[in-house]
Design a protein around this ligand. Sequence first.
Ligand code: PLP
Length: 381
Amino acid sequence: MPAAPLKNADPTTTSVLTIDLGALRANYRALRDLAPGAECAAVIKAYAYGIGTEQAVRALSKEDCKTYFVATFSEAQTVRNAAPDATVYVLDGFFSGSGPAFAEARIRPVLSCIAEVIDWAAYCKGKGEPLPAAIQLETGMNRLGLPISEAVTLVNATETLNAFTPALLMSHLACGDEPENSMNKAQLKAFEDMRALFPPCPASFANSAGIFLGESYHFDVTRAGFALYGGRAVNDQTPLAQIVQCHARITQIHEGQAGETVGYGAAHTLTRPTKIATLSLGYADGILRCLGASDGKSGLSGYIDGHRAPVLGRVSMDLITLDVTDIPDALAERGNWVEILGDHTSVDDLAIQAGTIGYEVLTSLGHRAQRIYIDAETGAA
Ligand SMILES: *Cc1c(COP(=O)(O)O)cnc(C)c1O
């Protein structure tokens, strides 16, 4: 410490996200190998879960990843620019009038209700080209997808079905993170039953957690998201390699006296003479406000060269304060780097402390930090 990549931090920078694209690639290979009979597609919605869409696509393309799922059309355009030949699906909605934009960028909608199917079919018919799209089936989420009644209607509407190319039949697990949950098998059965109604078509069912549920969940294409980014996709399981580290620089050191308070709301009273380090990092950077401390409640910890520094008081928008009393003076100095996410604290650790899931922590990490992309595998920084 400071971790090697921080030598590349700008002198003006107060916080750094270090993103290991080599680890991302290794995680991709691991997930692909867990479902050897299927193609492993990457889910890179929400700025690739916060790590950077273009960088993720370029790294995954090196592993020959050919199919990407995003949430929105603008995300799909970013993927298209970074990977001109990739297959790109937009998960969350297709509206009439957007056909030309999809067609022009060769982006495929995931059609999740009969109205979307009809709109896409009408557009393709008008264009005279049976363009590809995925069809999402409702198997238990009640969120997106054709329920069985609409699926039956569609299967009998041959003209609609023939106007475009159904390239993928898909559905999504509600409880994949709980391998024993009976919902998994129920959804699998519903998916198989509905799929059998359609003419033969490649199928996709498993998100990260589903990949770990075994072969019967894999079908033709898996959709790996959170696990790719080092998250714990299945409860109690050791996740794949962490790919994100977060460090912030000590902006100032204060000496506080017993009985004084720290931060907004004067919510945390010092119980001893305390050396306080202020870091330029706050909830606007994705360090959730509930990770603060107050009298009787502990919060997150930072680490300086392996020494733990617990947070004092509330997390503010741009600042947090840590107790560095027990850390050697030479380490707890203005300008030194403190690890917030890294060897000692994973995204999931922080999530547990915050009472949320790692997905939220990862996607909250702001865009204000300097991002340093490394590839620990190849040594490139
Ligand atoms: C987000 C998402 C995924 C990826 O899920 P992870 O749990 O992050 O692997 C897969 N499929 C759909 C439909 C999604 O919305």
